[in-house]
Design a protein around this ligand. Structure first.
Ligand code: SF4
Ligand code: SF4
Length: 70
């Protein structure tokens, strides 16, 4: 699976998801971040973990095994 949704009732437009995603899944237009390349998601959970308002939901199943470089 992959990143599934942003809950815009929680999102505070901080832009962290767009800056942190290693696969550039997010696109930022003005202050709004949205999921633009869902198929590129490697299900690393980084955006879900780092989102300060818990607005992002990433599917629990891993599509690929991923080893982060840290
Ligand atoms: S990291 Fe979370 S709060 Fe910040 S822009 Fe992305 S979805 Fe919104
Ligand atoms: S789970 Fe990882 S690859 Fe997928 S959108 Fe979030 S940060 Fe990007």
């Amino acid at each position: 699976m992959a990143v599934r949704a942003i809950d815009y009732t929680k999102c505070n437009d901080c832009g962290k998801c767009a800056s942190i995603c290693p696969m550039d899944v997010y696109q930022k237009v003005g202050t709004l971040c949205f999921i633009s390349c869902k198929d590129d998601c490697m299900t690393c959970f980084l955006c879900e973990i780092e989102c300060p308002t818990d607005a992002i939901f990433v599917g629990p199943e891993r599509g690929h095994e991923v080893v982060l470089p840290y």
